[in-house]
Design a protein around this ligand. Structure first.
Ligand code: PML
Length: 260
């Protein structure tokens, strides 16, 4: 089996007033995606990732990186979180729902406020922020990049069953792929003992449904979590204070996991 990962970005340059020479460049995240595939699927998966990178509503990238890597370790098998879609009419209401859920999981106000600051920031990260659930301290080693949840996929028959279930729940075909990918990612994260909850807002300006996920309540989709055309978004994990941080990051980034 092979892990295929794509990330697309563009540089924003700041020019020196006098010389016109580019001084400082910031990488702006455009799009990212990944999965675990059989060798026979590599070409098709790459074509689809390239198309996705070139047609993203966050703009045109000037760099697309595709990594195709053979998985040597036996993947850990996990199950999917249960999915439900909540009723929510505005970002303000979404914030109330999320705050209440996070408080019920014993996550402090300080940590919740830190989470929303990351999710509402204009500086979107390509990975996730890790926030300690009491102190609210951010512990991801690189605050611009964050931690990317990686090396996860879904077994074919499980994917077919999931597609049928989501279609039956009136999630239309244009959303299906996105929901499946986010659900697989959230299920990998929730399988980690020290992750108590996750909140995600898409950084896609055309996509306004987000979610909160936890082992206790599953994957709860939240419509209208942001307004259309807003560019902010991201992903935050609330972490147990006593977590083995290096072990947690290594699990999220490197451990191959397959949903069955
Ligand atoms: C993203 O890929 O932009 C994040 C999607 C989060 C929400 C997916 C859903 O509708 O459940």
């Amino acid at each position: 089996m092979w892990s295929i990962r794509m990330r697309a970005s563009k540089k924003s340059g700041v020019r020196d007033q006098g010389s016109g020479v580019r001084q400082r460049q910031r990488e702006i995240h455009i799009s990212g995606a990944e999965g675990i595939y059989d060798e026979s699927e590599i070409r098709k998966a790459c074509e689809s990732y390239i198309k996705r990178a070139l047609t993203h509503s966050r703009g045109k990238p000037d760099e697309i990186i595709i990594t195709i890597e053979k998985i040597r370790q036996k993947p850990k098998t996990i199950s999917l979180l249960p999915v439900a879609t909540l009723k929510c009419s505005s970002p303000e209401k979404a914030r109330e729902i999320i705050t209440q859920k996070l408080k019920s999981l014993d996550i402090s106000k300080k940590a919740i406020d830190k989470g929303f600051a990351v999710l509402n920031s204009k500086k979107t990260m390509r990975g996730a922020s890790l926030i300690l659930l009491k102190s609210g301290r951010r512990i991801e080693p690189d605050k611009e990049r964050g931690v990317r949840v990686s090396r996860m996929g879904i077994e074919k028959s499980a994917e077919k069953k999931l597609s049928e279930k989501l279609s039956g729940a009136k999630i239309n075909t244009t959303r299906l792929r996105r929901v499946k990918e986010a659900l697989v990612l959230a299920s990998k994260a929730a399988s980690c003992r020290d992750i108590i909850a996750e909140v995600c807002i898409s950084d896609d300006p055309d996509y306004t449904t987000g979610y909160i996920a936890s082992k206790e309540s599953g994957y709860l989709r939240i419509p209208n979590i942001k307004r259309e055309k807003e560019m902010h978004g991201g992903r935050v994990f609330f972490i147990r204070e006593t977590a083995d941080i290096a072990g947690l990051i290594s699990y999220l980034e490197r451990k191959p996991v397959i949903v069955i």
